[in-house]
Design a protein around this ligand. Structure first.
Ligand code: SF4
Length: 289
């Protein structure tokens, strides 16, 4: 927080975009499953094709493998030189808010930008000559509301997946058996590179996490995310119904935690911090390493 500037909704800033596109170069853009769906719609292809062409790590991040036209930094895979974002109507929250970021701290929503210098001035100093906007006006103009709510709903889903991991550890006899491996694996996953965690989760569960096959609810983020969660949990319950031994419960707990951590990364959270927080809670409830 010390390196960020915190804003109020009434602050007036040079937030009008000059469309130079420097913000589409050399960044890290994580996307949640509904954003992946919205981007695929904007490109006119199905989510799987979109994931395979434009994303990495099973769909949680946009590839930045375009031309390096700004400071030698590669452009987003969706950026087209001379045109801009080729999926603009479906662009994700992080792009709608840029150069602002959003943090939830003690249930309070904060808008920030990194550092003390307004970020756009480096790449697009011409914004100083454009009309200024309030933070609130900018966010509304970007149509960020549904995307902010989607982010919050997926944060709830992330916590619910972690809760399932807790349940499989604490309420199946696994923790009582003196098991220490489960928390060790939770910790290991927290510090794993995204490609490794993607591999650990495996293609079937990655598809279930990032490519839910839902019909007739696409643009409605609330319906989409609600039904996505129900589908994922029901598939997990079915897969876990045949487990009889403690090794199976450990494997299931690790899978649920892996999904929670990967989803957390797609929402911009740090998997290492999340894993440590959840390990501490499990330990308070009697689990050991
Ligand atoms: S999704 Fe669009 S707006 Fe966002 S970084 Fe990529 S090209 Fe730029």
């Amino acid at each position: 927080m010390a390196d960020n500037s915190i804003l109020s909704l009434t602050d007036v800033l040079p937030l009008t975009c000059s469309r130079s596109g420097t913000c589409c170069h050399g960044k890290r853009v994580n996307i949640n499953p509904w954003e992946l769906f919205r981007l695929s719609e904007a490109k006119g292809i199905n989510p799987r094709e979109f994931r395979d062409s434009f994303c990495e790590y099973g769909g949680i991040r946009l590839k930045f493998n375009g031309e390096s036209r700004w400071k030698g930094m590669p452009a987003c895979s969706l950026y087209e030189s001379g045109f801009g974002c080729s999926a603009h109507p479906g662009r994700p929250l992080v792009c709608r808010l840029y150069p602002l970021g959003r943090q939830i701290l003690n249930e309070e929503q904060l808008y920030i930008y990194e550092g003390r210098e307004f970020p756009c001035l480096e790449g697009c100093p011409e914004v100083l000559d454009l009309p200024r906007l309030t933070v609130a006006g900018y966010i509304e103009g970007q149509g960020a509301g549904d995307f902010e709510q989607a982010q919050d709903l997926y944060l709830e889903m992330m916590q619910n997946l972690a809760d399932a991991a807790f349940m499989l550890l604490l309420e199946t006899g696994l923790s009582e058996s003196g098991d220490g491996k489960t928390l060790q694996l939770w910790r290991q996953m927290g510090s794993e590179k995204p490609e490794k965690l993607t591999e650990r989760i495996g293609p079937m569960w990655m598809d279930r996490l990032m490519l839910p096959e839902l019909k007739d609810c696409g643009e409605n983020h609330e319906t989409f995310i609600h039904r996505h969660y129900e589908m994922l949990i029901s598939e997990a319950e079915e897969a876990f119904s045949a487990i009889s031994g403690l090794d199976g419960f450990r494997e299931a707990s690790v899978l649920m935690m892996g999904l929670a951590l990967h989803l957390g990364r797609s929402l911009g959270a740090g998997p290492e911090d999340l894993a440590e927080k959840w390990i501490a809670v499990a330990r308070q409830n009697g689990a050991r390493e």
